[in-house]
Design a protein. Structure first.
Length: 68
């Protein structure tokens, strides 16, 4: 199990946090996503080999937010 921290821009409310959490946890290989509105970041636990950082960032971007 690995963990990565992604900066997430464009979140303004709890609904945004739920959206980002949902798209991340829907990815195969992601076991947990802790998304913080205050810190504008997502701490993601995942299985390397099943998903990578670029796929997570793309999922966030596709949901209408900015990932870095």
């Amino acid at each position: 199990m690995e963990t990565t921290v992604l900066k997430v821009g464009g979140m303004s409310c709890g609904g945004c946090v739920k959206s980002v959490t949902g798209v991340l946890e829907a990815l195969p290989g992601v076991t947990k996503a802790d998304v913080s509105l205050e810190k504008n970041e997502a701490v993601v636990s995942y299985e390397a080999g099943k998903v990578n950082r670029e796929q997570m960032m793309q999922a966030i971007d596709d949901a209408g937010f900015e990932a870095a």
